[in-house]
Design a protein around this ligand. Structure first.
Ligand code: LLP
Length: 418
Protein backbone atom coordinates (compact mmCIF):
# COMPACT_ATOMS: atom_id res chain seq x y z
CA UNK A 1 0.00 0.00 0.00
CA UNK A 2 1.20 3.55 -0.57
CA UNK A 3 0.71 4.29 3.12
CA UNK A 4 2.87 1.47 4.43
CA UNK A 5 6.01 1.04 2.34
CA UNK A 6 9.73 0.41 2.66
CA UNK A 7 12.14 3.29 2.53
CA UNK A 8 15.87 2.73 2.94
CA UNK A 9 15.15 -0.85 3.94
CA UNK A 10 12.79 0.07 6.78
CA UNK A 11 9.01 -0.19 6.78
CA UNK A 12 7.41 3.24 7.07
CA UNK A 13 3.92 4.37 7.96
CA UNK A 14 3.54 7.39 5.70
CA UNK A 15 6.67 9.42 6.50
CA UNK A 16 7.44 7.79 9.84
CA UNK A 17 9.74 4.81 10.44
CA UNK A 18 7.86 1.92 12.01
CA UNK A 19 11.08 0.83 13.75
CA UNK A 20 11.44 4.23 15.35
CA UNK A 21 7.82 4.24 16.52
CA UNK A 22 8.27 0.81 18.06
CA UNK A 23 11.52 1.91 19.76
CA UNK A 24 9.83 4.97 21.22
CA UNK A 25 6.41 3.66 22.10
CA UNK A 26 7.10 -0.02 22.73
CA UNK A 27 5.31 -3.08 21.39
CA UNK A 28 2.73 -4.47 20.76
CA UNK A 29 1.71 -1.28 18.99
CA UNK A 30 -1.19 -0.55 16.66
CA UNK A 31 -0.24 1.98 13.98
CA UNK A 32 -2.89 3.71 11.87
CA UNK A 33 -2.35 5.89 8.83
CA UNK A 34 -4.51 8.97 8.66
CA UNK A 35 -3.98 9.23 4.90
CA UNK A 36 -5.12 5.63 4.48
CA UNK A 37 -8.36 6.37 6.35
CA UNK A 38 -8.97 9.35 4.10
CA UNK A 39 -8.17 7.37 0.96
CA UNK A 40 -10.61 4.64 1.97
CA UNK A 41 -13.36 7.17 2.59
CA UNK A 42 -12.54 8.90 -0.71
CA UNK A 43 -13.12 5.63 -2.54
CA UNK A 44 -16.71 5.76 -1.27
CA UNK A 45 -17.01 9.42 -2.25
CA UNK A 46 -15.89 8.57 -5.77
CA UNK A 47 -18.42 5.79 -6.03
CA UNK A 48 -21.17 8.09 -4.74
CA UNK A 49 -20.57 11.02 -7.06
CA UNK A 50 -23.66 13.22 -7.08
CA UNK A 51 -26.04 10.53 -5.82
CA UNK A 52 -27.77 10.58 -2.44
CA UNK A 53 -25.76 8.09 -0.40
CA UNK A 54 -25.02 8.28 3.31
CA UNK A 55 -21.98 6.37 4.55
CA UNK A 56 -22.48 5.30 8.15
CA UNK A 57 -19.10 3.96 9.27
CA UNK A 58 -19.59 0.58 10.99
CA UNK A 59 -17.61 1.75 13.97
CA UNK A 60 -17.46 -1.62 15.67
CA UNK A 61 -14.50 -2.27 13.33
CA UNK A 62 -12.38 0.38 15.04
CA UNK A 63 -13.85 2.81 17.51
CA UNK A 64 -10.76 4.70 18.63
CA UNK A 65 -11.80 8.34 19.11
CA UNK A 66 -9.10 9.62 16.76
CA UNK A 67 -10.36 7.32 14.02
CA UNK A 68 -13.96 8.40 14.62
CA UNK A 69 -12.94 12.03 14.62
CA UNK A 70 -11.43 11.69 11.14
CA UNK A 71 -14.63 10.17 9.80
CA UNK A 72 -16.80 12.75 11.54
CA UNK A 73 -14.72 15.52 9.96
CA UNK A 74 -15.12 13.95 6.55
CA UNK A 75 -18.88 14.08 7.03
CA UNK A 76 -19.43 10.40 7.65
CA UNK A 77 -22.33 9.04 9.63
CA UNK A 78 -21.99 6.08 11.98
CA UNK A 79 -23.54 2.66 12.41
CA UNK A 80 -23.68 1.97 16.15
CA UNK A 81 -24.64 -1.11 18.12
CA UNK A 82 -24.65 0.17 21.70
CA UNK A 83 -25.13 3.24 23.87
CA UNK A 84 -21.38 3.18 24.40
CA UNK A 85 -20.75 3.57 20.70
CA UNK A 86 -23.24 6.46 20.58
CA UNK A 87 -21.36 8.17 23.40
CA UNK A 88 -18.15 7.83 21.40
CA UNK A 89 -19.79 9.47 18.38
CA UNK A 90 -21.04 12.35 20.53
CA UNK A 91 -17.61 12.67 22.18
CA UNK A 92 -15.96 13.39 18.82
CA UNK A 93 -18.66 15.77 17.64
CA UNK A 94 -20.25 13.33 15.19
CA UNK A 95 -23.70 14.21 13.86
CA UNK A 96 -26.36 12.08 15.62
CA UNK A 97 -28.65 12.86 12.70
CA UNK A 98 -26.36 10.61 10.63
CA UNK A 99 -26.37 7.71 13.08
CA UNK A 100 -28.13 4.41 12.48
CA UNK A 101 -28.56 2.10 15.47
CA UNK A 102 -28.24 -1.61 14.68
CA UNK A 103 -28.24 -4.72 16.86
CA UNK A 104 -30.59 -7.45 18.05
CA UNK A 105 -30.58 -6.60 21.76
CA UNK A 106 -31.22 -2.90 22.23
CA UNK A 107 -32.12 -2.05 25.81
CA UNK A 108 -34.74 0.53 26.78
CA UNK A 109 -32.10 2.83 28.27
CA UNK A 110 -30.12 2.67 25.04
CA UNK A 111 -33.24 3.50 23.05
CA UNK A 112 -33.91 6.53 25.26
CA UNK A 113 -30.36 7.81 24.84
CA UNK A 114 -30.58 7.42 21.06
CA UNK A 115 -33.97 9.13 20.92
CA UNK A 116 -32.68 12.03 23.01
CA UNK A 117 -29.64 12.37 20.77
CA UNK A 118 -31.89 12.30 17.70
CA UNK A 119 -30.47 9.42 15.67
CA UNK A 120 -31.42 9.06 12.03
CA UNK A 121 -32.82 5.56 12.31
CA UNK A 122 -33.22 2.47 14.46
CA UNK A 123 -32.54 -0.70 12.49
CA UNK A 124 -35.07 -2.91 14.24
CA UNK A 125 -34.41 -6.65 14.21
CA UNK A 126 -37.58 -8.15 15.70
CA UNK A 127 -41.27 -7.47 16.29
CA UNK A 128 -40.68 -7.58 20.05
CA UNK A 129 -38.13 -4.80 19.66
CA UNK A 130 -40.66 -2.75 17.64
CA UNK A 131 -43.13 -2.88 20.50
CA UNK A 132 -40.54 -1.92 23.09
CA UNK A 133 -39.21 0.93 20.96
CA UNK A 134 -42.71 2.24 20.34
CA UNK A 135 -43.56 2.38 24.01
CA UNK A 136 -40.22 3.96 24.96
CA UNK A 137 -40.61 6.63 22.26
CA UNK A 138 -44.29 7.22 22.96
CA UNK A 139 -43.55 7.78 26.65
CA UNK A 140 -41.05 10.46 25.60
CA UNK A 141 -43.63 12.07 23.33
CA UNK A 142 -41.62 11.02 20.27
CA UNK A 143 -41.80 8.78 17.26
CA UNK A 144 -38.78 6.60 16.65
CA UNK A 145 -37.56 6.57 13.04
CA UNK A 146 -37.36 2.93 12.01
CA UNK A 147 -36.07 0.59 9.34
CA UNK A 148 -36.73 -3.10 9.68
CA UNK A 149 -33.63 -5.18 9.19
CA UNK A 150 -34.83 -7.88 6.89
CA UNK A 151 -33.10 -11.12 6.27
CA UNK A 152 -32.99 -11.61 2.51
CA UNK A 153 -31.82 -15.23 2.84
CA UNK A 154 -29.23 -14.88 0.09
CA UNK A 155 -28.18 -18.30 -1.13
CA UNK A 156 -24.75 -19.21 0.25
CA UNK A 157 -24.32 -22.01 -2.30
CA UNK A 158 -23.93 -19.58 -5.13
CA UNK A 159 -22.03 -17.16 -2.94
CA UNK A 160 -19.75 -18.94 -0.49
CA UNK A 161 -19.00 -16.23 2.04
CA UNK A 162 -19.54 -16.01 5.73
CA UNK A 163 -23.11 -14.90 5.81
CA UNK A 164 -25.36 -13.21 8.32
CA UNK A 165 -28.21 -12.83 5.82
CA UNK A 166 -29.29 -16.44 6.07
CA UNK A 167 -32.47 -17.79 7.60
CA UNK A 168 -30.87 -19.77 10.38
CA UNK A 169 -29.27 -16.97 12.36
CA UNK A 170 -30.30 -14.49 15.01
CA UNK A 171 -30.19 -11.42 12.78
CA UNK A 172 -33.06 -9.62 11.13
CA UNK A 173 -36.65 -10.45 10.26
CA UNK A 174 -37.34 -13.10 7.60
CA UNK A 175 -38.21 -11.33 4.39
CA UNK A 176 -41.54 -13.20 4.08
CA UNK A 177 -42.55 -11.85 7.49
CA UNK A 178 -41.45 -8.31 6.70
CA UNK A 179 -44.73 -7.00 5.17
CA UNK A 180 -46.70 -7.97 8.28
CA UNK A 181 -44.00 -6.53 10.55
CA UNK A 182 -44.10 -3.28 8.57
CA UNK A 183 -47.89 -3.11 8.94
CA UNK A 184 -47.41 -3.54 12.69
CA UNK A 185 -44.75 -0.82 12.67
CA UNK A 186 -47.01 1.56 10.77
CA UNK A 187 -49.78 1.00 13.32
CA UNK A 188 -47.69 1.71 16.42
CA UNK A 189 -47.95 5.18 18.00
CA UNK A 190 -44.24 5.56 18.76
CA UNK A 191 -42.91 4.40 15.40
CA UNK A 192 -42.27 6.22 12.16
CA UNK A 193 -41.28 3.96 9.28
CA UNK A 194 -38.43 5.57 7.35
CA UNK A 195 -36.45 2.81 5.70
CA UNK A 196 -35.59 -0.75 4.98
CA UNK A 197 -32.33 -2.37 6.01
CA UNK A 198 -30.25 -5.49 5.50
CA UNK A 199 -26.71 -6.63 6.22
CA UNK A 200 -25.77 -9.91 4.62
CA UNK A 201 -22.27 -10.56 5.89
CA UNK A 202 -18.70 -9.41 5.98
CA UNK A 203 -15.56 -9.64 3.81
CA UNK A 204 -17.65 -10.08 0.66
CA UNK A 205 -15.59 -9.62 -2.50
CA UNK A 206 -18.32 -10.00 -5.15
CA UNK A 207 -21.21 -7.79 -6.13
CA UNK A 208 -23.67 -10.64 -6.78
CA UNK A 209 -24.76 -11.29 -3.17
CA UNK A 210 -25.35 -7.58 -2.61
CA UNK A 211 -27.41 -7.33 -5.79
CA UNK A 212 -29.42 -10.43 -4.90
CA UNK A 213 -30.22 -8.87 -1.54
CA UNK A 214 -31.06 -5.54 -3.18
CA UNK A 215 -33.49 -7.22 -5.58
CA UNK A 216 -35.29 -8.79 -2.64
CA UNK A 217 -35.44 -5.45 -0.86
CA UNK A 218 -36.89 -3.81 -3.98
CA UNK A 219 -39.54 -6.54 -4.24
CA UNK A 220 -40.41 -5.78 -0.64
CA UNK A 221 -40.70 -2.06 -1.40
CA UNK A 222 -43.25 -2.89 -4.11
CA UNK A 223 -45.30 -4.87 -1.59
CA UNK A 224 -45.03 -2.09 0.99
CA UNK A 225 -46.07 0.54 -1.55
CA UNK A 226 -49.22 -1.49 -2.23
CA UNK A 227 -49.87 -1.31 1.53
CA UNK A 228 -49.42 2.46 1.47
CA UNK A 229 -46.06 2.32 3.28
CA UNK A 230 -43.34 4.49 1.80
CA UNK A 231 -39.70 4.23 2.80
CA UNK A 232 -37.21 7.05 2.33
CA UNK A 233 -33.98 5.09 2.38
CA UNK A 234 -32.52 1.69 1.62
CA UNK A 235 -29.73 0.58 3.94
CA UNK A 236 -27.59 -2.13 2.34
CA UNK A 237 -25.40 -2.66 5.41
CA UNK A 238 -21.64 -3.15 5.30
CA UNK A 239 -19.58 -6.08 4.21
CA UNK A 240 -17.32 -4.91 1.38
CA UNK A 241 -14.24 -7.10 1.42
CA UNK A 242 -10.62 -5.98 1.50
CA UNK A 243 -7.36 -7.55 0.38
CA UNK A 244 -5.71 -9.60 3.14
CA UNK A 245 -3.64 -11.85 0.88
CA UNK A 246 -4.66 -12.39 -2.74
CA UNK A 247 -8.31 -11.29 -2.67
CA UNK A 248 -9.47 -8.51 -4.94
CA UNK A 249 -11.14 -5.88 -2.82
CA UNK A 250 -14.67 -4.93 -3.80
CA UNK A 251 -14.45 -1.27 -4.83
CA UNK A 252 -17.35 0.90 -3.61
CA UNK A 253 -17.67 2.33 -7.12
CA UNK A 254 -18.10 -1.12 -8.65
CA UNK A 255 -20.88 -1.98 -6.26
CA UNK A 256 -22.58 1.41 -6.20
CA UNK A 257 -22.79 1.81 -9.97
CA UNK A 258 -24.69 -1.49 -10.14
CA UNK A 259 -26.89 -0.47 -7.21
CA UNK A 260 -27.80 2.82 -8.89
CA UNK A 261 -28.64 0.98 -12.13
CA UNK A 262 -31.01 -1.36 -10.30
CA UNK A 263 -32.82 1.18 -8.17
CA UNK A 264 -33.25 3.47 -11.18
CA UNK A 265 -34.60 0.63 -13.32
CA UNK A 266 -37.07 -0.31 -10.61
CA UNK A 267 -38.31 3.25 -10.10
CA UNK A 268 -36.67 3.79 -6.71
CA UNK A 269 -33.89 6.07 -7.95
CA UNK A 270 -34.97 8.92 -5.69
CA UNK A 271 -34.46 6.93 -2.50
CA UNK A 272 -31.42 7.53 -0.37
CA UNK A 273 -28.92 4.67 -0.12
CA UNK A 274 -27.31 4.08 3.27
CA UNK A 275 -24.16 1.97 3.64
CA UNK A 276 -22.55 0.70 6.85
CA UNK A 277 -18.98 -0.17 5.85
CA UNK A 278 -16.56 -1.01 8.63
CA UNK A 279 -13.67 -3.18 7.51
CA UNK A 280 -13.26 -1.52 4.10
CA UNK A 281 -12.76 1.91 5.71
CA UNK A 282 -10.13 0.92 8.27
CA UNK A 283 -8.81 -2.61 7.70
CA UNK A 284 -5.82 -1.76 5.56
CA UNK A 285 -5.18 1.50 7.38
CA UNK A 286 -3.61 -0.30 10.33
CA UNK A 287 -0.65 -2.48 11.32
CA UNK A 288 0.08 -4.32 14.53
CA UNK A 289 3.78 -4.14 15.35
CA UNK A 290 5.34 -6.77 17.55
CA UNK A 291 8.86 -7.72 18.65
CA UNK A 292 10.44 -11.15 18.26
CA UNK A 293 11.19 -12.48 21.73
CA UNK A 294 12.56 -15.88 20.83
CA UNK A 295 13.35 -18.11 17.89
CA UNK A 296 12.31 -21.61 18.79
CA UNK A 297 13.18 -24.30 16.27
CA UNK A 298 11.59 -27.69 17.01
CA UNK A 299 11.50 -31.01 15.14
CA UNK A 300 8.03 -30.32 13.82
CA UNK A 301 8.04 -26.57 13.30
CA UNK A 302 9.94 -23.36 13.73
CA UNK A 303 8.28 -20.89 16.02
CA UNK A 304 8.77 -17.18 16.25
CA UNK A 305 7.57 -16.21 19.70
CA UNK A 306 6.54 -12.57 19.64
CA UNK A 307 5.24 -10.12 22.23
CA UNK A 308 1.79 -9.73 20.62
CA UNK A 309 -0.78 -12.46 21.17
CA UNK A 310 -4.33 -13.60 20.59
CA UNK A 311 -5.48 -11.10 23.20
CA UNK A 312 -4.17 -8.32 20.94
CA UNK A 313 -5.40 -9.72 17.61
CA UNK A 314 -7.87 -12.57 17.88
CA UNK A 315 -8.83 -12.90 14.20
CA UNK A 316 -6.28 -15.59 13.27
CA UNK A 317 -7.33 -18.01 15.99
CA UNK A 318 -11.04 -17.11 15.98
CA UNK A 319 -11.60 -17.24 12.21
CA UNK A 320 -8.38 -18.81 10.96
CA UNK A 321 -7.95 -15.44 9.32
CA UNK A 322 -4.86 -14.70 7.27
CA UNK A 323 -2.87 -11.56 8.03
CA UNK A 324 0.30 -10.72 6.14
CA UNK A 325 3.49 -10.47 8.20
CA UNK A 326 6.36 -8.18 7.26
CA UNK A 327 9.79 -7.80 8.77
CA UNK A 328 10.03 -4.14 9.68
CA UNK A 329 13.73 -4.21 8.71
CA UNK A 330 14.28 -7.29 6.54
CA UNK A 331 17.74 -8.81 6.99
CA UNK A 332 19.92 -9.49 4.01
CA UNK A 333 22.44 -11.28 6.24
CA UNK A 334 20.04 -13.93 7.54
CA UNK A 335 18.63 -16.96 5.72
CA UNK A 336 14.84 -16.99 5.54
CA UNK A 337 13.06 -19.85 7.28
CA UNK A 338 9.45 -20.92 7.61
CA UNK A 339 7.93 -19.89 10.91
CA UNK A 340 4.70 -20.00 12.83
CA UNK A 341 4.33 -16.62 14.52
CA UNK A 342 2.93 -17.24 18.00
CA UNK A 343 2.32 -15.25 21.17
CA UNK A 344 3.13 -15.82 24.83
CA UNK A 345 -0.45 -16.67 25.90
CA UNK A 346 -1.07 -20.10 27.41
CA UNK A 347 -3.27 -21.49 24.63
CA UNK A 348 -2.37 -23.58 21.62
CA UNK A 349 -4.68 -21.29 19.66
CA UNK A 350 -2.42 -18.36 20.39
CA UNK A 351 -1.02 -17.85 16.91
CA UNK A 352 -0.94 -14.88 14.56
CA UNK A 353 0.38 -16.45 11.36
CA UNK A 354 1.48 -19.86 10.11
CA UNK A 355 4.24 -21.04 7.76
CA UNK A 356 5.65 -17.64 6.87
CA UNK A 357 9.02 -17.20 5.29
CA UNK A 358 10.94 -14.64 7.33
CA UNK A 359 14.59 -13.67 7.78
CA UNK A 360 14.71 -12.37 11.34
CA UNK A 361 16.56 -12.48 14.64
CA UNK A 362 15.63 -12.06 18.26
CA UNK A 363 14.66 -8.45 18.97
CA UNK A 364 13.52 -7.68 15.42
CA UNK A 365 10.16 -6.07 14.78
CA UNK A 366 7.40 -7.60 12.69
CA UNK A 367 4.35 -5.83 11.29
CA UNK A 368 1.07 -7.74 11.09
CA UNK A 369 -0.84 -6.29 8.17
CA UNK A 370 -4.54 -5.41 7.71
CA UNK A 371 -4.97 -4.97 11.46
CA UNK A 372 -6.98 -1.75 11.36
CA UNK A 373 -10.36 -3.51 11.49
CA UNK A 374 -11.51 -5.84 14.26
CA UNK A 375 -8.06 -5.66 15.86
CA UNK A 376 -7.81 -3.46 18.94
CA UNK A 377 -11.59 -3.42 19.40
CA UNK A 378 -11.57 -7.18 19.98
CA UNK A 379 -8.54 -7.12 22.29
CA UNK A 380 -8.80 -8.48 25.81
CA UNK A 381 -6.70 -8.57 28.96
CA UNK A 382 -6.36 -12.35 29.05
CA UNK A 383 -3.26 -13.41 31.01
CA UNK A 384 -3.31 -9.93 32.62
CA UNK A 385 -1.80 -8.47 29.51
CA UNK A 386 -2.26 -4.71 29.27
CA UNK A 387 -3.75 -3.74 25.93
CA UNK A 388 -1.46 -2.31 23.24
CA UNK A 389 -0.92 1.38 22.60
CA UNK A 390 -2.40 2.92 19.45
CA UNK A 391 -0.72 5.62 17.40
CA UNK A 392 -1.90 7.53 14.34
CA UNK A 393 0.62 8.71 11.80
CA UNK A 394 -0.09 11.85 9.82
CA UNK A 395 2.53 12.58 7.18
CA UNK A 396 5.80 13.01 9.04
CA UNK A 397 4.28 13.24 12.50
CA UNK A 398 2.50 10.89 14.85
CA UNK A 399 0.00 11.08 17.70
CA UNK A 400 -0.46 8.51 20.42
CA UNK A 401 -4.23 8.03 20.28
CA UNK A 402 -4.44 5.48 23.08
CA UNK A 403 -1.82 5.08 25.75
CA UNK A 404 -0.57 1.62 26.61
CA UNK A 405 -2.53 0.20 29.53
CA UNK A 406 -0.80 -0.37 32.84
CA UNK A 407 -1.18 -3.44 35.00
CA UNK A 408 -2.52 -1.24 37.84
CA UNK A 409 -5.35 -0.14 35.56
CA UNK A 410 -6.21 -3.75 34.91
CA UNK A 411 -7.08 -4.48 38.52
CA UNK A 412 -8.13 -1.00 39.60
CA UNK A 413 -11.81 -2.01 39.71
CA UNK A 414 -11.19 -5.17 41.72
CA UNK A 415 -11.13 -5.62 45.46
CA UNK A 416 -10.49 -8.39 47.93
CA UNK A 417 -12.71 -9.45 50.84
CA UNK A 418 -10.73 -7.59 53.44
N1 LLP B 1 -23.55 -3.39 9.76
C1 LLP B 1 -23.89 -4.41 10.56
C2 LLP B 1 -25.28 -4.55 10.98
C3 LLP B 1 -22.91 -5.33 10.97
O1 LLP B 1 -23.26 -6.36 11.73
C4 LLP B 1 -21.56 -5.16 10.55
C5 LLP B 1 -20.52 -6.10 10.96
C6 LLP B 1 -21.25 -4.07 9.73
C7 LLP B 1 -22.27 -3.20 9.35
C8 LLP B 1 -19.87 -3.81 9.22
O2 LLP B 1 -19.46 -4.84 8.37
P1 LLP B 1 -18.07 -4.74 7.59
O3 LLP B 1 -18.19 -3.64 6.57
O4 LLP B 1 -17.00 -4.45 8.58
O5 LLP B 1 -17.92 -6.07 6.99
N2 LLP B 1 -15.18 -9.62 13.75
C9 LLP B 1 -15.34 -10.11 12.38
C10 LLP B 1 -16.32 -9.28 11.59
C11 LLP B 1 -17.66 -9.17 12.25
C12 LLP B 1 -18.61 -8.29 11.48
C13 LLP B 1 -19.81 -8.00 12.29
N3 LLP B 1 -20.77 -7.12 11.68
C14 LLP B 1 -13.98 -10.13 11.73
O6 LLP B 1 -12.99 -9.80 12.39
O7 LLP B 1 -13.88 -10.52 10.58
Amino acid sequence: SPHFAYRDGILHAEGVSVAQLADRLGTPLYIYSRAALHAAYDAYRQGIGERDVLVCYGMKANSNLAVLREFARMGSGFDIVSAGELQRVLAVGGDPGKVVFSGVGKQAAEMRLALEAGVKCFNVESVAELHRLSSVAHAMGKRAPVSLRVNPDVDPKTHPYISTGLKENKFGIAIEEAPAAYRTAASLPGIQVVGVDCHIGSQITETAPFLDALDKLLDLLDVLAADGIRVEHLDLGGGLGIRYSDETALAPKTLLSRVFERIDARGYGSRQIVLEPGRSLVGNAGLLVTRVEYLKPTDAKNFLIVDAAMNDLIRPTLYEAYHGVLAVRPRADEAAALYDVVGPVCESGDWLAKDRSLAVREGDYLAIESAGAYGMVMASNYNTRPRAAEVMVDGGSYHVVRARETVEQLFALESTLG
